[in-house]
Design a protein around this ligand. Structure first.
Ligand SMILES: [Zn+2]
Length: 294
C-alpha cells in the first residue's frame, strides 16, 4: 500500500485534476481487468513475450491495482476476464463473482464461450447479479454467430445487460474479428446492449456505422487516442464529429492494469480531443452511471 501511494501520488493528482475540473464526482471505467492470479500471470507473460513492444506499467497484485484505481478516483469499474478455450468460462465467472462480493465498487462481471452449457451459466450469472459481460473474439477465436451463442445474445439483449465485445481487429486480427461477423449478431439481436471495446480499433468507422444504426450499441474508449494507440491504429480525425454526436454512447474504458503507459494518459488523450466539456463529462462518468444505474 505504501509503495502504491508514495510512488503514485503524481498520477493520482493528474487523474483527479481531470474529473475535478469537470465538476464530476469521479470516474467510471467500464473496461478494466481483474482475473484469477494464474490467469493474470499468463496475460502478463504474453505481453512480456512481445519483447518490449508492450511494456506493462502496472504489475502489482490485486490489492495494489485496486488501490491505484481508487487513487485515480475511479468510483466503479469492471473485472473483465475471458476464456481462450471451452470449459473455462464458468470457472472464471465463479472467480469474478467472489471478487465482486469482496469488492463493492466492482460491477459484477462475467463471460462466456460457445459451448453447450453457455446459456445455463450465463443465466446463472445473471441470477447471481452479473451486470456486465465480456466477449473477446480474438483471444477466444470463436465465431460470434455460433448457434451455441444465439440464446446467450438473446438473453443478454432481453435483460438489457451490457456486454463488452472485443470484435475489432486490433491489436491483432482474429478469424472472426472485424465488423462483419458481429454486425450479423446485431442483425439478429438489434436490442443487444453491446459495448464495442477499443471503439472497434482499427475498424473505427465501420463500428461507428453500427453504433449509428443500432441505438443500444456503445463504444468504449479503451486505449483510443493515446499516443501508443495513435502510433498503431490512429483514429481518423474526420470521424471525430461522429464520435461527438454519439455523446450518450461513448464510455470510458482503459484496459487497466494491462497498459504500457500511466493511467492519466487515457484521460488526457480524451480531454485533448477538443470536444465539449459536456461530452467529456458524459464519457468519463454520466453515460456509464446511466447505463448501470449507478
Ligand atoms: Zn481489455
Amino acid at each position: 500500500m505504501t509503495r502504491v501511494s508514495s510512488h503514485s501520488a503524481p498520477q493520482f493528482a493528474a487523474a483527479r485534476a481531470v474529473w475535478q475540473n469537470l465538476g464530476l464526482p469521479g470516474l467510471i471505467d467500464v473496461h478494466t481487468h481483474f482475473m484469477p492470479p494464474n490467469v493474470l500471470r499468463k496475460v502478463r507473460n504474453h505481453f512480456d513475450a512481445l519483447g518490449g513492444l508492450w511494456p506493462l506499467t502496472y504489475r502489482g497484485n490485486e490489492d495494489e491495482c485496486l488501490a491505484l484505481l481508487r487513487g485515480f478516483g475511479v468510483r466503479h469499474f469492471t473485472a473483465l476476464s475471458y476464456p481462450h478455450r471451452p470449459d473455462m468460462a464458468a470457472w472464471l465467472n465463479g472467480w469474478a463473482g467472489g471478487f465482486a462480493d469482496r469488492t463493492p465498487d466492482c460491477l459484477r462481471s462475467a463471460t462466456f464461450y460457445p459451448e453447450p452449457d453457455a446459456h445455463d451459466y450465463v443465466s446463472a450469472a445473471l441470477q447471481a447479479g452479473a451486470r456486465v459481460f465480456k466477449a473477446h473474439l480474438q483471444v477466444g477465436g470463436y465465431d460470434p454467430r455460433d448457434p451455441l451463442l444465439s440464446d446467450v445474445w438473446g438473453t443478454l439483449a432481453d435483460s438489457g445487460t451490457p456486454v463488452v465485445v472485443h470484435c475489432g481487429s486490433g491489436p491483432e486480427p482474429g478469424r472472426f474479428t472485424g465488423p462483419g461477423p458481429f454486425a450479423e449478431v446485431l442483425g439478429e439481436h438489434p436490442r443487444l446492449t453491446a459495448v464495442i471495446a477499443h471503439a472497434g480499433a482499427p475498424e473505427y468507422t465501420a463500428f461507428l456505422d453500427l453504433a449509428e444504426r443500432y441505438d443500444r450499441v456503445h463504444l468504449d474508449t479503451t486505449m483510443v487516442f493515446t499516443d501508443f494507440a495513435e502510433a498503431r491504429a490512429p483514429f481518423p480525425s474526420d470521424a471525430l464529429p461522429r464520435l461527438a454526436d454519439l455523446h450518450d454512447r461513448v464510455l470510458l474504458g482503459t484496459d487497466f492494469p494491462n497498459i504500457p503507459y500511466h493511467y492519466p494518459e487515457q484521460l488526457h488523450a480524451l480531454a485533448g480531443l477538443g470536444l465539449s466539456p459536456d461530452w467529456l463529462r458524459a464519457v468519463l462518468h454520466g453515460n456509464a452511471a446511466r447505463l448501470f444505474g449507478l
